[in-house]
Design a protein around this ligand. Structure first.
Ligand code: NAP
Ligand code: ZN
Ligand code: ZN
Length: 348
């Protein structure tokens, strides 16, 4: 067992503060990773504040982890000490159900994936995430990270990256598609990069007028402010595909109405409270409303390889661990460009 430094929330109303936790001894199939950077996802805020319910405390968030392997178990075949490695949103699953066998472990049919934090492992122990200096993970749930990219920009790919890459691939988005990305935050800015890279015509729909130049610099072809009713009206029926990343409750119908005949809106944003959907937003143009959860290990590796090949990373603001509570407040105000990433050296 190793005692490591971390940042934790003690309950749903307390700010995050320094904490120590125990990491298990690396078993035969485990790698032990010295964490270098960890991204800050809006899901961290939802869970720390128990907005989705069922949170386990104390909670050490963080599921956008990049670090260096410092130890491997005897049976580890695919990783070596000294290599860079990544850990995303889950660290285990049942491994035998149809979803796991189809490399879609995030949809595990036997009780779901074991989250990197705010979950319990097979022994019933709570899992702790990447706002910490080390983590021990089965190699099956560990990703290879290319050393050609700036790793602070790679960390957010482990959640924001795969969560946007996976639905764009699943719905075969590419040349000839008009795509809208709703919400320009951590997920949204990665959605813009991937959709543009896949050849789609990309529009950013944002509540923040000030993000226009950034949206275009990230690769979007158009930008529209969602608070302007005339603009929203002019966009009705215009998009084949909408990726909705908004973290707060909002009216889905407003966006469904922007879809063309047979268009699809995929929700990746996970607002704590439900919203009404009118049947008329769907039936008049045979539209679909769908959802998507991160991506499996195989697809996450494919996404990381794609990013290394195409020089894609997240645009980040690197922070010290002690800035985390302020970072949360800024994210809630949609003031992040475009992902906070904790420099884990600040925890040592
Ligand atoms: P984020 O960086 O905070 O970005 C969210 C963006 O949504 C904001 O920048 C803002 O964009 C927009 N927004 C926020 N509040 C809004 C409001 N009241 N009305 C309209 N727009 C608003 O968050 P994130 O890390 O990208 O995460 C986004 C959501 O996805 C969260 O709910 C998170 O839990 C969820 N998530 C889901 C998955 C999955 O697997 N499905 C994975 C990761 C995260 P503008 O300023 O451009 O309007
Ligand atoms: Zn996340
Ligand atoms: Zn399973």
């Amino acid at each position: 067992m190793t005692i490591v430094n971390a940042y934790a929330a003690q309950n749903e109303t307390s700010p995050l503060a320094p904490f120590t936790l125990e990491r298990r001894v690396a078993g035969p199939h485990d790698v032990k990773i010295e964490i270098l950077y960890c991204g800050v996802c809006h899901s961290d805020i939802h869970q720390v504040r128990n907005e989705w319910g069922g949170s386990i405390f104390p909670m050490v968030p963080g599921h956008e982890i990049v670090g260096r392997i410092i130890e491997i178990g005897d049976h580890v075949r695919n990783f070596k000490v000294g290599e860079l490695a990544g850990v995303g949103c889950f660290v285990d699953s049942c491994r035998t159900c149809p979803s796991c066998l189809a490399n879609e472990e995030q949809y595990c049919d036997n009780g779901g994936m074991v989250g990197t934090y705010n979950a319990r492992d097979k022994e019933g122990n709570p899992t702790y995430g990447g706002y910490s200096t080390q983590i021990v993970v089965d190699e099956k749930y560990t990703l290879h990270v290319d050393d050609s990219l700036p790793i602070e920009g790679v960390a957010p790919l482990l959640c924001a990256g795969i969560t946007t890459y996976s639905p764009l691939r699943h719905w075969n988005i590419g040349k000839g598609h008009k795509v809208a990305i709703v919400g320009l935050g951590g997920l949204g800015h990665m959605g813009v990069k991937f959709a543009a890279s896949f050849g789609a015509e990309v529009t950013v729909l944002s509540s923040s007028k000030s993000k226009m130049n950034d949206a275009l610099a990230l690769g979007a072809h158009h930008f529209a402010v969602t608070k302007e009713p005339a603009t929203m009206k002019s966009l009705q029926g215009k998009f084949d595909f909408i990726l909705n990343t908004i973290s707060a409750q909002h009216d889905y119908n407003e966006y469904l109405n922007l879809l063309t005949l047979n268009g699809t809106m995929v929700l990746v944003g996970a607002p704590p409270r439900p919203s009404d959907v009118s049947a008329f937003s769907l039936i008049g143009k045979r539209r679909s409303l769908a959802g998507s959860l991160i991506g499996g290990i195989r697809e996450t590796q494919e996404m990381l390889n794609y990013c290394a090949e195409h020089n894609i990373v997240s645009d980040v603001e690197v922070i010290k661990a002690s800035y985390i509570n302020e970072a949360y407040e800024r994210m809630i105000k949609a003031d992040v460009k475009y992902r906070f990433v904790i420099d884990i050296a600040s925890l040592k």
